[in-house]
Design a protein around this ligand. Structure first.
Ligand SMILES: N[C@@H](CCC(=O)N[C@@H](CS)C(=O)NCC(=O)O)C(=O)O
Length: 312
């Protein structure tokens, strides 16, 4: 039996909720590692070398960034029930849109004064300020719709999804669950936490019934671990998942590279290229605490570049 995956996350993160639901759907046991909501995140950065977005998946000294890639890793570990039914080839593309453009509409809609006491229940004012200060350089440059723009754009998408559910037998692509369902679920999960603003969902009964269905399996069985212990686990690992740089993709094994998300939270990860396919890049880096770590990022939405070596 392979070791269970470690999920580095915090309770209020929508993308962590997407992953928790996928783990529950696939009935994979997992280990919950709580990480901070804002920087500094020394244990996260020890593992990734810079990437600080939430969540991360870890097994030994392999670390996966971004839920689009994490979903593929969970699928490889436990193929049934699949997240990628052959009948829904466009599901990953819809998922990408729901995780990107739609997510930011949801953020624009929910981050309003009426919702904040609900989204941040029990959070003291100084922590609220720290959150705002942290997220400004992280994602403040994104064109997030606000106020009436956000509300009208949110409703237009909810209406289209409501109609889509009227054509199938329960899920976005008919009777088979797909990755698109999970990319929608975490967005609605966040809207549902927005106090009075959650009432926007009342007009969409099929979506509400769908939400109950997709979240019914819950998060599955998990244990907990402290993040410093997860770093120690990486340092003690004796190897990595095999990987290789496929030819014809513009890079060679052993090149010094930098990878970074291209949209927001673009903190770079420097290291040596050890794996590359059309779907993922794997960068090897040596960390004083975590040892030799393989950081996996998806190709979509990430920039991979050769790092110029400094000359003496
Ligand atoms: N495309 C990324 C998006 C991840 C993301 O934006 N996560 C948010 C939390 S839901 C985040 O990183 N916020 C800042 C932080 O946690 O430091 C994914 O699918 O994992």
């Amino acid at each position: 039996m392979p070791e269970p995956f470690l999920l580095h996350h915090y309770a209020g993160s929508p993308f962590a909720e997407k992953t928790r639901l996928m783990l529950g759907h696939k009935r994979l046991p997992w280990v919950s590692v709580q990480i901070p909501v804002v920087m500094p995140k020394p244990d996260v950065v020890a593992l990734t070398g810079g990437y600080r977005r939430t969540p991360l998946l870890q097994r030994g000294a392999d670390v996966w960034c971004d839920t689009a890639l994490i979903a593929r890793v969970l699928e490889a570990e436990q193929p049934e029930p699949t997240l990628y039914p052959a009948s829904a080839p466009l599901a990953p593309l819809l998922a990408q849109w729901l995780d990107g453009s739609f997510f930011w509409t949801v953020i624009g809609y929910t981050m309003q004064p009426a919702a904040l006491p609900h989204l941040f229940a029990g959070v003291p004012p100084e922590a609220m300020k720290a959150f705002a200060d942290d997220r400004r350089p992280f994602s403040g440059h994104l064109p997030v719709p606000r106020g009436a723009d956000a509300a009208v754009q949110l409703r237009a998408t909810l209406q289209a999804l409501e109609q889509q559910l009227g054509h199938g037998s329960g899920y976005l692509y008919g009777d088979a669950v797909s990755i698109a369902d999970f990319s929608l679920a975490h967005n609605l999960w966040f809207v549902r936490r927005a106090g009075p603003l959650a009432a926007v969902l009342d007009a969409y009964p099929r979506l509400q019934a769908w939400y109950e269905r997709i979240t019914a399996p819950g998060h599955g069985a998990f244990e907990t671990m402290r993040s410093e212990d997860a770093v120690r686990l990486a340092a003690q690992a004796t190897g990595h998942l095999p990987c290789a740089v496929q030819p014809g993709l513009g890079f060679e094994a052993g090149q010094p590279v930098t990878v970074a998300a291209s949209d927001y939270g673009t903190d770079p990860v420097h290291g040596t290229l050890v794996g590359l396919t059309a779907d993922e890049a794997v960068v090897e880096r040596i960390d004083a605490r975590a040892g030799t770590v393989h950081v996996h990022v998806p190709r979509a939405g990430f920039k991979l570049s050769i790092r110029k070596q400094e000359t003496a």
